[in-house]
Structure formats: structure tokens, C-alpha cells
Design a binder for this molecule. Structure first.
Ligand code: NAP
Length: 338
């Protein structure tokens, strides 16, 4: 059953249509356009969301071009999130706090000289357009864990696998959410040590250890890229940790609806969720930042599911607790976030 908002439900493109876009390299895999266009359509906005392959060396020119064409906003994905911090004119607190920008809102001055989002300035802007950078990724991680696993983060013990960009943000955000303890494991241990030090500097009250826990944990979080490719194994060493000691498992990977990690966790009796919700909530927040309206999350989730799992037999995986018909679904193509 096709559940995404059909193209015909959108208003036709006219000279009045406004634009947002995602920049990345590679970008062809991105599920953000169907998700955002479904959201725009559900809100009755005469907007379109596009995707552009932008090399890092041309990111600055591409942001300037979007300003010149009065785009309303941008999302940035791999490899632009760090680079963009130095390319925007203003940083929202979220970008200052997490040190990366995945969302830009373009702003201009109204007739009274007040800086406002371009979406609010239908008659055009006086003066230069400014780019304000936000981070919607960090909040999306904890929102997805809380809502999709029904797990309050305050007071829980966490084993976090991975210390790359997503692992680092997750470690800091989980510490800020008041977890009871953090164990960090990474293929390259020095990176886990560096993340542990960063957490301790900012959240000295949260106990952090590099290595596997000896006792139970309420959550195991996979923030490695293990599981992206068909044929991948588990992202942890089974001789050192057993999923029977975990209450819940979250995998940031979502292109494979059920990675070997999530399958093992489910069979071990854990509650499980994949990273679809994380992708959804960072996009929902971006839409809210651009439009000032509440995002139609259910419509956007359906559009994402359709874009990512739509062609498969059986009910589309929800990304959350229940795993209906999952065993009958073939594995997805490998891919990356956003
Ligand atoms: P990254 O910065 O490149 O980090 C990759 C991480 O995976 C590192 O910790 C790396 O360990 C580890 N890793 C890679 N190959 C491995 C292997 N064969 N065995 C063990 N560990 C391995 O990437 P990232 O941006 O943090 O993304 C990490 C994962 O999160 C990806 O799967 C990405 O798709 C996913 N993600 C999902 C969302 C979402 O919206 N759901 C958003 C962001 C990221 P080393 O340090 O040893 O290299």
C-alpha cells in the first residue's frame, strides 16, 4: 500500500514556490526530500525540498547561491556539518553547544529592520540575507530513544558503541540528559578515550569508562557504521558483552530495517529500535525552524518509511518497538544517514 503523500497532492510549482534543500556528498541516497516534501504538503506550504551533490570545496559558494536565490533553508549532511560552522553568519545555541551545523535558516530584515526568517517575509527583505546555523541532530537522538524505545534517559546505564561524529554527539547529549553511567567502546580505542575526556570535561558528574560494562545496562546504542553493509556482523565483541545483559538496543543504522545487531538484541529479549526516528526528528525540527509551524511527524514518518522500505513485501518497518513482519523483509541496500 502506497502511503506517502502523492506528488499530485502538492500545489504545482509556480513562480511563487519557495525552496529548501539538502547539500551532501554523496547525496543520491537521501530520504530527506520525500520526507520534507510530504511535510510541506501536509502543512499546505507552496514549498519544495531539493537535494544537491555539493563537494566540500564548494559548500561556501553553494550557501551563498542559496541566499542569492532566497532559499528558505538548508540541511547539511556528510561531510559538511563541521565545515558549515565557519560558513554561517549566526550560530543558534544548539550549534554552539554541539559544534556542528546540520540546518541553516535564511533570515532577512523586515521593513522595521527586524531580522526574521525568510519564510515570514513574503514581500522580500531589505538588506543582506543572513544564514543562521542550528543543530537538530543531538535532540533527535534522545527524542528517538525516548519515544521509540519508551526509555527515559535519566538514570539509565548505557553502553555506547562508536566514537565517530554521531557517537561523540550521542555521548555528550546522553550525558546532558542525565544518564547514570556511560561505557564507551570503539574499534580505535584512542577515539573513545578522547570522547570520554570531552564528556568528563562538560559533565563531570556522569561516570564514564572506556570498555565494556561488567554488569547490566538499560541501553546499548550502536553509533558505528557496522550494519550499513549487507553481510556486516555485530558492532561489539561477544566474548566481552552479552545482549542478555541489556534492556533495550538502539541502532543508528536504519537502511537495513533490522541489522544483525537489532536481530540479536530482539532475540535476546531487548526492546529495539533503529535510526529511522533519529532521521525523522532531526528533519521535523528543521521544518519547524524554517516554518515556525509544528511538524506533521506522522506524515513525515510514513513518507520516510515508504522511501526507505516501501518496495518490500510485508508491512513497512516502523523503526520502533514492534517488528511486524520483519523476518520476511529482505535486507536493504547499504546507505548513510539523512
Ligand atoms: P563516522 O564519524 O565515520 O564514524 C564511524 C564509526 O564507526 C567510528 O566509531 C568507527 O570506528 C566505527 N566503525 C566503522 N567501521 C567499523 C568496523 N568495521 N568495525 C568497528 N567499528 C567501525 O560516522 P558517523 O557520522 O559517526 O555515523 C556512524 C553511524 O551512525 C553510521 O552508520 C551512520 O549512518 C549512522 N547515523 C545515523 C543517523 C540517523 O539519522 N539515523 C545520523 C547520523 C549517523 P573507528 O573510530 O575505529 O574508525
Amino acid at each position: 500500500m502506497k502511503r506517502s503523500v502523492p506528488e499530485t497532492a502538492q500545489t504545482p510549482i509556480t513562480a511563487a514556490t519557495r525552496y529548501c534543500a539538502v547539500y551532501g556528498q554523496p547525496i543520491r541516497h537521501s530520504a530527506s526530500p520525500p520526507m520534507q516534501n510530504a511535510g510541506f504538503s501536509a502543512l499546505g506550504l507552496d514549498w519544495r525540498y531539493l537535494a544537491f551533490e555539493v563537494p566540500p570545496a564548494e559548500l561556501s559558494a553553494a550557501i551563498t547561491g542559496a541566499k542569492a536565490m532566497r532559499f528558505l533553508g538548508l540541511n547539511l549532511t556528510v561531510p559538511h556539518k563541521l565545515l558549515a560552522v565557519d560558513l554561517v553568519d549566526l550560530l543558534d545555541d544548539s550549534a554552539k553547544e554541539w559544534g556542528t551545523v546540520n540546518t541553516i535558516r535564511f533570515e532577512g530584515h523586515d521593513g522595521a529592520g527586524v531580522l526574521r526568517p525568510l519564510a515570514e517575509l513574503s514581500d522580500g527583505s531589505a538588506g543582506p540575507i543572513l544564514a543562521r546555523g542550528f543543530n537538530t541532530d543531538a535532540e533527535a537522538i534522545v527524542r528517538s530513544i525516548r519515544e521509540d524505545l519508551d526509555l527515559p534517559l535519566s538514570g539509565v546505564r548505557v553502553l555506547l558503541l562508536g566514537a565517530g561524529g554521531a557517537g561523540r554527539t550521542a555521548a555528550l547529549k546522553l550525558a546532558s540528559a542525565g544518564v547514570k553511567s556511560l561505557h564507551l567502546v570503539n574499534r580505535t580505542p584512542a577515539r573513545a578515550v578522547e570522547v570520554a575526556e570531552a564528556v568528563t570535561r562538560r559533565f563531570p558528574r556522569v561516570p564514564v569508562e572506556v570498555g565494556y560494562p561488567t554488569g547490566p545496562v538499560e541501553l546499548v546504542l550502536n553509533a558505528t557504521s557496522v550494519g550499513l553493509a549487507t553481510g556486516d556482523g555485530l558492532p561489539f565483541d561477544e566474548r566481552q558483552f552479552s545482549l542478555s545483559r541489556a534492556g533495550a538496543a538502539y541502532d543508528m543504522v536504519y537502511r537495513q530495517a533490522e541489522t544483525p545487531f537489532l536481530r540479536s538484541a530482539r532475540l535476546a529479549g531487548c526492546r529495539v529500535a533503529n535510526g529511522l526516528g533519529m532521521l525523522l526528528y532531526q528533519g521535523a525540527r528543521a521544518l519547524e525552524i524554517w516554518s515556525g509551524r509544528e511538524a506533521p511527524v506522522a506524515v513525515m514518518r510514513d513518507a520516510l518509511k515508504q522511501a526507505i522500505y516501501g518496495g518490500r513485501s510485508g508491512p513497512a518497518y516502523d523503526g520502533r518497538l514492534q517488528l511486524p513482519g520483519l523476518a520476511s523483509q529482505p535486507p536493504a541496500e547499504p546507505g548513510v544517514a539523512s
